[in-house]
Design a binder for this molecule. Sequence first.
Ligand code: C6P
Length: 410
Amino acid sequence: MLNPAEIRKDFPILERQVHEKQLVYLDSAATSQKPQAVLDALDAYYEKHNANVHRGVHQLAAEATEAYEGARGKVAKFIGADVSQIVFTKNATEAINLVARSWGTANLEPGDEVLLTVMEHHSNLVPWQQLAEAKGLVLKHVGITEDYELDMDSFAKELTSKTKLVAITHMSNTLGCIVPLREVVQAAHAVGAKVMVDGAQSVPHLPINVKDLDLDFLAFSSHKMVGPTGIGVLYGKKELLEAMPPFLGGGEMIAQVGLSKSTYAPVPHKFEAGTPPIAEAIGLGAAVDYLSALGMENVAALEASLAEKAIVALEKIPGLKIVGPRKNRGGAISFVIEGIHPHDISTILDREGVAIRAGHHCTMPLHDLLGIAASTRASFYIYNTEEDIDRLVTGLLKAREVFGLAKSSG
Ligand code: C6P
């Protein structure tokens, strides 16, 4: 088993104090912290190799291009893809928008159905709503069970011969549940639908192989997987990417440009208009190296164990209800405490040096469905220890005290 006490030494920010208390960072589902190796890779690029990519023939341009394309290769290997199937975007949100705007516009017709779920992040709802409005599509939503897992009966009912795309999260950022992707993909392909997976919360935390799972598209963000902000990834099957029109036009994505008409570069460059996030890609490459050295099976096992311990400890707090499953889950744990608003909990915990998230976590429809306006979320990653769980629990008991609630239910 990985040792988080050792891992946290790689993350300089975890040494800082907040409100004169040692920082406990439990907001990695929003964005993860970055190890020294990633910070060093960013510095090294700007200090030694800074140049634009794919343009100049000078030495620095060659080095920058090699590092940028090298990062693409690392990302491809990390998810079991080929290098030409990796498109760099700004984030997971832009990757999903690329699929909606490019593939969706070219391939969907009025009356076609796009199947989503009620637990999707706004980033995997709004682009489809915009496309549905423009093209007359029908949006359908798979429900969740009482145990906060994807309802496979509802999935079977909503999936029809009219379904052309299933766009689904692999791991909910609010419930923490893991979706049985293999089953979902097989059923979707059986009716001729494509599958786009929002991997923003799964790629940083679980081993994933796009070929083995037979995914059509996968979107994720660097900043949640110990990499820098400003870069995300769209994986797509080669034949799909090749048949798709470009998303943005400009330099770098062309083959030949005339005054009235242009032809486009081969994939993935067709989708990377303008100067790309070069340092960020190199930083993401370093992040992938870091996670690969830990081993994603080990990362998943560590987080499952942390989540289990955290849930046992949290459930001892009177009035606390976990909004998510107990098993088969990731490290994002949302909860409500009777009598205290999540924003108040978050403020009190912040004073204790504990960073968590409160609000709707960009899943407003899910919160509406659950009948709650907001929840509190503690999200765990490779650098969180059992002491962090203790500090969270101590902070929550303090919040109860502040609000005049008894320390125990007895
Ligand atoms: N969720 C959270 O605190 P971007 O912003 O593009 O990097 O990622 C968007 C996104 C898409 N899908 C899922 C499942 C996500 O969790 C997120 C980001 C953060 O939960 C910020 S709202």
